[in-house]
Design a protein around this ligand. Sequence first.
Ligand code: GDP
Ligand code: MG
Length: 440
Amino acid sequence: DLGSSLRSTLDDLRGKSRISEEDVDEVVTQIQRSLLQADVDTGLVMDLSDAIRERALDEEPPAGTTARDHVLRIVYEELVDLVGESTEVPLEEQTILLAGLQGSGKTTTAAKMAWWFSKKGLRPAVIQTDTFRPGAYDQGKEMAERAEVDFYGDPDADDPVQIARDGMEATAEADVRIVDTAGRHALEEGLIGEIEAIAAAVEPDRNLLVLDAAIGQGAKEQAQRFDEAIGIDGVAIAKLDGTAKGGGALTAVNETDSTIAFLGTGETVKDIERFEPSGFISRLLGMGDLKQLTERVERAMEETEAEEEDWDPEDMLEGDFTLKDMRHQMQALDRMGPLSQVLDMVPGLGGGMMDQLPDEAMDMTQERMRTFEVIMDSMTEDELENPRSIGASRMKRIAAGSGTDVDDVRELLEQYRMMERALKQFQGMGDADMERMMKQ
Ligand code: GDP
Ligand code: MG
């Protein structure tokens, strides 16, 4: 399926230290396919693609990050940006009004949300104002009973606004009132006028638009009309247990400048989840373990940063120069610029000294550094601390593990030895100069 092909495309980037335009295009194409199939609006998909492409090619991967992790992180961040954070649902006294077309899932969602609030220790009540659909009262009452929450409705009344008013009084003891409304098949004047009047009567704290997961691009007009009428604060997507992935709801979210609050994942009152970006994204892409993957990337990046803080350049001057030191130096260089420029800035280090250093020690391009970092990521602690212990068979293993060539590994070790030699030459320098140079 689409999710696993995206996964393997990302995996193919694992060994690479550099990302090509074709690599990025391949990833973007697969994401586009998944999202379009999940009913995400074409315009939104294009915006997302541009953002991913631009960032993946422009941004330098942070030190110690592989091409794959770099792209994965950008993809994830942009997708979170697309789907948005979860709507805040404070656990406090409030009135929530549900809007949406007939059959979208309002009555079911009302009971589910009531159940959800009751599990959070609040006392919810459902107010059923639907006088349009036959059996609406019975359906609402039955679902509220299943959720074991308070319910108000009036099967004999025909004025939804009056029911809403009476319902607010009748449920005075409840903490959270969920006001269910009638839907119509279409967005006719009557429906919009009715929900405006109900909103005026109950003064809701938030209005949620309930959408069927299969809504597709029809979400746009609905969202606009309800937003104009009462203002939409959040979206609830129902029926996500079916084949529909709910991408159309993102159009509504975008249109109303709101976020997603709840997901309905079945017919019973317990089948409700709070919206959470990573789970929804995984669902959209059909990629089960996206969150785990991104968490691993985050962790790896944090470790790199933490290690950097622990590193004291003076240790390097006193003890043996190891590959770990070299990696830190490379990371520092990455921030500072080429080594030759750095050395030029050190007072008292005239041309004479510079000339004695082999050119190769100075010449490390970003690309080479990136390759070296990928290689070092595949080394054990022991190998990093004792590079001299790395023989031919270990070189082979490291090359295979990092997706590089044995020649690259050999080159890294040569570079290491060259830097070690260069460092020995520095050791006669004044401590203050050296420290200044290292900390710059
Ligand atoms: P309303 O007209 O907006 O109030 O929609 P309803 O709440 O009556 O739901 C319409 C239909 O969709 C009913 O048959 C519900 O059982 C069904 N439904 C609602 N939410 C879900 C869901 O999350 N999963 C499934 N499978 N069915 C749902
Ligand atoms: Mg209903």
